[in-house]
Ligand binder design. Structure first.
Ligand SMILES: C[S@@+](CC[C@H](N)C(=O)[O-])C[C@H]1O[C@@H](n2cnc3c(N)ncnc32)[C@H](O)[C@@H]1O
Length: 245
């Protein structure tokens, strides 16, 4: 496959997993650990058509002492309400992604990138700082019978900006410093490339109280399913916003 200059820049500056070939790059021990400590599920979320390996009440570590978990916090084992809304929106509105290039920042379990792929995105990059998220995304692509897409394990906010038609961020505004850095990065992205930016968020204080609020246009709002409400301390809705600086 011929790579555009943008892709070569990403490859040379980041750690890219190319998981084509049914998970051949997955470390077998880590794969076994992930399979043993997650459950395949598609229920209780806004996107029942996407199957994911998640940490559920039927998994040992749901109940186990947190300090016994041998890896960094498994954000990738949760399908966050912001990502759920964004994925639902992409599945219901395939025109938003069809034939376009899509970057999913903070992809976690990869559900939003998977939704983009299911809706016909031409080119996808899933990005996360956690290498285990990269493995989980690869397994989740397999679960949904999709050819895995490239995954960049790196803080993309430190890299030169590539041109994307659409950047999506599910539940990424959970920390004030991260929110500030994201806002700056997204502004540059919009100003340089006129990139469309969609953000999914369930009304977290770090998002609702941030100055980004003055630059948003509401696109869709979803009522969260009961299991997601229970896992998220009373959050009841999740909203998709378009960033318009
Ligand atoms: C709350 S989770 C959201 C995951 C997914 N988007 C969803 O909605 O289910 C946030 C994710 O962002 C990742 N993350 C945090 N800072 C990041 C950064 N600077 N660049 C890329 N990923 C980051 C974390 O590792 C985590 O997987």
């Amino acid at each position: 496959m011929a790579l555009s200059p943008g892709w070569r820049a990403v490859r040379s500056s980041g750690f890219l997993l190319f998981p084509w070939g049914t998970g051949s790059l997955l470390d077998p021990k880590m794969k076994a650990f992930l399979e043993e400590n997650t459950e395949v599920t598609s229920s209780g979320t806004l996107t029942p058509e996407i199957q994911l390996r998640l940490l559920t009440p039927r998994c040992k570590f749901w109940w186990e002492r947190a300090d016994l978990w041998p890896l960094r916090d498994p954000y990738w084992a949760i399908y966050w309400p912001g990502g759920q809304a964004l994925s639902r929106y992409l599945l219901d509105n395939p025109d938003v992604v069809r034939g376009r290039s899509v970057l999913d920042i903070g992809s976690g379990c990869g559900a939003t990138a998977i939704a983009a792929k299911m809706s016909g995105a031409l080119r996808i990059l899933a990005n996360d700082i956690d290498p285990i998220a990269g493995m989980a995304i690869t397994l989740n692509c397999e679960l949904n019978q999709l050819n895995p897409f490239p995954i960049l394990i790196k803080n993309i906010l430190d890299l030169e900006q590539d041109k994307w038609d659409l950047v999506v961020l599910g539940d990424m505004f959970y920390d004030e410093d991260l929110a500030d850095s994201l806002l700056q990065w997204l502004k540059n992205c919009f100003e340089t490339h006129r990139t469309q930016v969609l953000i999914g968020d369930p009304g977290r204080p770090q998002f609702s109280g941030h100055s980004i609020q003055h630059q948003l246009h509401k696109v869709a709002e979803y009522s969260l399913p009961e299991p997601t409400r229970q896992d998220n301390n009373g959050l009841t809705t999740s909203t998709v916003w378009q960033f318009q600086p």
